[in-house]
Design a protein around this ligand. Structure first.
Ligand SMILES: [Zn+2]
Length: 92
């Protein structure tokens, strides 16, 4: 009876491991497929048309208000090109 229980537990561990391996492989595979199907698509949505152009006070780049990172400073809405610039502005 005890041996049966041990066997059952081993089987359970084995299946858990098997599931882990399958999901890991499947995830890696789907990621590889995704990068293959659209290799030249730009990641940043900065080229999106729409909204006004505002200057990023940190790096000086002009960003569209539609895709900018916004932060209200002293009641004034400030636009940044990225979260990194916004965080830098906070420190300064
Ligand atoms: Zn910037």
């Amino acid at each position: 009876m005890f041996r049966l229980l041990v066997r059952f537990l081993l089987l359970l561990v084995f299946f858990a491991f098997l599931r882990y391996v399958i999901t890991t492989v499947a995830r890696g595979f789907s990621q590889a497929m995704r990068s293959q199907t659209r290799p030249s698509e730009p990641q940043a949505p900065k080229s999106q048309i729409g909204g006004e152009l505002k200057q990023d006070p940190v790096c000086g780049i002009f960003v569209s208000t539609a895709s900018s990172v916004k932060k209200t400073v002293n009641g004034e809405l400030v636009h940044f090109c990225s979260v990194a610039c916004r965080d830098k502005f906070k420190v300064a």
